[in-house]
Design a protein around this ligand. Structure first.
Ligand SMILES: [Zn+2]
Length: 373
């Protein structure tokens, strides 16, 4: 019980820091310096004004000096973080599962931050998603056996699968709906062309997809130019392969999963390449090259990769199903309220993943029962 309370307190403090990250990171400001200040009058905050939740409540949600209103999101994020940390500590007690809970706490904190930033800016910064992917993969080393959490191999497979679902939705969306058409996409040496090659070849088995993507990358590098491959024939081939192989094989989903894993893995390698390429470059210069933010953009591909690594393949499918249901319901409510404000997909993905993390087992059982297993 003591660890639960300690971790809840730690959660509130991290929630306080998360508020700083949510506000400053998209603005390109340092998250460390200067210390917290009132966003209206700029006055630096004293220690007593920095107590999570309590300070905000005691001051009636206003700055002590200029009396400007301070968003209720600050205490909300702190409370959410404290409750989430406590829930995880109860679900994976340190006494039983050892260090299992710590990577989960780090990932929970990162997901809450990503949720809020996506809601604010419609962006999921690489500076958060790609380190989160690293935490999710390496965190598997700390999971106790019997915790039901993925091994590193499962996590890697889940990451590729998750990224693949969103990457293929993005590509098919570009093709069919003429949405997500990125004009200033980055293509050399690695970009969407490699994903487009990996998808149809991956239907034969994911290694084939990766080999195809690697060959296409090598050709780009050798010829020092981007060999563009027409998307339409590639995805027509993909459709034929998926249909044909699904009918022929004893395991009907293997063509789809192989294709998703190869496309998603290739997309994640590309994302990692461009992130490392851009490290240390001024953000405004990069922003000029980046695509317009879209409702379901490439940030979602990386986020889905993180969620796949956190949950493993089976729970990831629960999370994605829930995310699409939440998204549909949220969209309908938004329409009913007549709001023109588009909610990005990231918050739905995060909500689905957290539901799957806590209730994945029972949900999988219920779902399989529904299918008659
Ligand atoms: Zn003020």
């Amino acid at each position: 019980m003591l660890t639960v309370l300690t971790l809840a307190l730690l959660g509130a403090l991290i929630g306080s820091f998360a508020n700083v990250v949510i506000y400053r990171l998209p603005r390109g400001e340092s998250v460390v310096f200067p210390g917290s200040h009132c966003p209206h009058c700029g006055r630096a905050l004293g220690a007593l004004e920095l107590v999570p939740v309590a300070s905000w409540a005691a001051l009636g949600g206003r700055c002590r000096v200029c009396k400007a209103g301070i968003s209720a999101r600050y205490p909300l994020v702190e409370t959410l973080m404290a409750l989430g940390f406590a829930a995880l500590a109860l679900r994976y007690p340190v006494e039983v599962y050892g260090l299992t809970v710590f990577p989960l706490l780090a990932l929970f904190a990162l997901l809450v931050i990503l949720f809020a930033i996506d809601l604010d800016t419609h962006l999921l910064p690489d500076a958060l998603t790609l380190p989160a992917l690293g935490v999710a993969l390496l965190g598997t080393l700390l999971y106790a056996p019997g915790s039901g959490l993925p091994t590193m191999t499962d996590a890697l497979y889940g990451a590729c699968l998750g990224a693949g679902v969103l990457a293929l939705l993005n590509r098919l969306g570009a093709l069919v709906l003429r949405r997500f058409r990125d004009t200033r996409e980055r293509l050399w040496p690695i970009g969407m062309d490699q994903v487009n090659v990996a998808a149809p070849l991956g239907t034969l088995g994911w290694p084939f997809g990766f080999v195809g993507a690697a060959l296409s990358l090598a050709l780009n590098a050798l010829t020092r130019r981007t060999l563009r491959l027409p998307e339409l024939p590639l995805y027509a081939l993909w459709l034929i392969a998926v249909t044909g192989l699904t009918l022929l094989r004893p395991n009907p989903l293997s063509a789809v999963s192989g294709s998703l894993v190869a496309a998603g893995g290739t997309a994640l390698v590309g994302a990692l390449y461009w992130w490392l390429h851009d490290l240390g470059r001024p953000t405004d210069e990069i922003a000029e090259e980046e695509d317009e933010p879209v409702a379901m953009g490439f940030g979602d591909v990386k986020l889905a990769g993180v969620l796949g690594a956190l949950l493993g393949a089976q729970n990831l499918l629960v999370a994605l199903s829930l995310a699409f249901v939440f998204g549909a319901v949220g969209g309908l409510i938004g329409k009913a309220l007549g709001g023109g404000h588009v909610v990005p997909f990231g918050p739905y993905l995060v909500s689905g993943a957290l539901a799957a993390l806590f209730y994945g087992g029972p949900l999988v059982g219920w779902y399989l029962g529904l299918l008659g297993f």
